[in-house]
Design a protein around this ligand. Structure first.
Ligand SMILES: C[S@@+](CC[C@H](N)C(=O)[O-])C[C@H]1O[C@@H](n2cnc3c(N)ncnc32)[C@H](O)[C@@H]1O
Length: 438
């Protein structure tokens, strides 16, 4: 039996606050509990609360005499949802309060109804003073956790634009499968469905849609004519420029966006895709099936090739490493809640071990394209600097060595590789560096 959208949203957000998995995982697990017509509301509440969490959390804590205990984080989620509805949705204030009080009952916490009512009514009455008092806090000014503000400020010139793009709704970007249909023709097919799009500036096969659509509405989506993929991510396969017969490793492959793109560019590629998580490997499989292409799929740890590698060296490697995802916070706003500064050094170690291990599987003269969707220099240019220092036979090459016609002014050249910043209506934050084994 279906459940109210707000109740399911509070439970999803409780799981996120308890750090029991990402927002997208929790949504895909629980969204079917909500009637189809109400699923949009549930997603808006979940994404909205995460997107505005730094501000909503600061406001909520200022209204409470003591924070909620861990066992009552469902109530805290309900309070954040109430504040979100007052601040960012067209729900009338009295309805937002009423629904939040009702939610306490649905959560079987009748004892909290008076508290919820009192806290939200006080916010309604004293909103302007409360916001003025809190205005100087970084979480309020930038809607980001303090540690991220500090990190992003290191990008002095780009700081304001990073914050603006990070807090915005991301644009919907698709990659046209040009082995099936040209970008121009696909743009016309979209127009026939009253969907306006514009060409991506750097990727040669991308289109930004003026407004987001469910994938089922994209012309011939089920036949593999288009895939949802950000513009920065579309550059990976183009930069690696695969050609028929080459032996290529996609080292951290799920959900397979770049695996599919590599095969669209060169269907005769000898491609091996390795992914650690079995359930994520299944997503590569369904993506490739939709595109009508195939690769050798391996569930394995890229940092332990001795467990899966057949000793035939690769011509090219794409290492799209697990990272802090700080360049794509607008698509995964729960990062504002769950990512902690200590995570970065742990990720740097994992990336380094995958780099060292996969390097051994690359043939002499072969290329490795290192990529992350991070804005942290430790995971990017500094990671490359350390790798180049400890790896005698590694050399950095200009990023478009393999794709000389591709313009590479999409990012900022840093000490090693290229840092791409998120832009308001454009690409996500990303990083690329091309290496060759001497
Ligand atoms: C940034 S995502 C890759 C996105 C993918 N390349 C695409 O374009 O769709 C990183 C992936 O690496 C996987 N991963 C993390 N550690 C790994 C490891 N040691 N070996 C293989 N895969 C790993 C994660 O589960 C995740 O699916």
């Amino acid at each position: 039996m279906s459940q109210p959208a707000r109740l399911v949203s509070a439970k999803i957000l409780e799981q996120v606050l308890l750090q029991r998995g990402s927002l997208s995982t929790q949504i895909s697990k629980h969204i079917a509990d909500v009637d189809y017509d109400e699923q949009g509301l549930a997603k808006e509440l979940c994404f909205g609360v995460c997107r505005y969490y730094p501000q909503l959390n600061t406001i909520a804590l200022s209204l409470l005499s003591k924070p909620f205990e861990e066992k009552d984080l469902d109530l805290y989620a309900a309070l954040l949802m109430g504040l979100y509805q007052i601040e960012h949705m067209s729900t009338p204030d009295h309805a937002a309060v009423h629904e939040s009080v009702e939610l306490c009952r649905q959560l079987d916490k009748e004892w909290a109804t008076k508290l919820m009512n009192a806290v939200l009514r006080r916010y309604q009455r004293e909103r302007d003073d409360i916001l003025e008092n809190l205005a100087s806090q970084p979480s309020m000014a930038y809607n980001l956790p303090k540690w991220l503000v500090k990190r992003f400020k290191k990008w002095e010139t780009e700081f304001e634009a990073i914050v603006e793009a990070t807090n915005a709704h991301p644009p919907m970007c698709i990659r046209v499968n040009e082995s099936h249909v040209s970008r121009e023709t696909y743009k016309e097919l979209l127009e026939e469905k009253d969907t306006v799009s514009r060409e991506t500036a750097f990727s040669v096969s991308g289109l930004y849609l003026e407004s987001a659509l469910p994938v089922s509405m994209l012309p011939n989506f089920d036949k593999g004519d288009a895939s949802v993929q950000d513009e920065s991510a579309q550059l990976a396969a183009s930069l690696l420029a695969p050609s028929a017969g080459e032996r290529v490793l996609d080292a951290c492959a799920a959900p397979g966006g770049k695996t599919g793109h590599l095969l669209e560019l060169a269907p005769e590629l000898d491609l091996t895709a390795v992914e650690l998580e079995p359930w994520r490997l299944a997503r590569i499989e369904s993506n490739l099936e939709r595109l009508g292409v195939s690769a050798e799929l391996i569930c394995g740890d890229a940092s332990k090739p001795e467990e899966w590698w057949n000793k035939q060296a690769f011509d090219k490697i794409l290492l799209d490493a697990p990272c802090s995802a700080t360049g794509v916070i607008r698509r995964n706003p729960d990062i504002k809640i769950n990512r902690k500064p200590d995570d970065i050094s742990a990720l740097v170690d994992i990336q380094a071990s995958i780099l060292d291990a996969t390097w051994k599987t690359l043939k002499q003269g072969g290329y490795l394209l290192y990529a992350t969707c991070s804005l942290m220099p430790e995971e990017n240019e500094q990671q490359m600097a350390s790798f180049l220092e400890r790896t005698q036979d590694a050399q950095e090459l200009p990023l478009n060595t393999l794709a000389p016609t591709l313009s590479v002014d999409f990012g900022k050249s840093v000490s090693h590789g290229m840092q791409i910043f998120p832009t308001l209506n454009g690409q996500d934050g990303f990083y690329y560096c091309l290496l060759q084994k001497q």
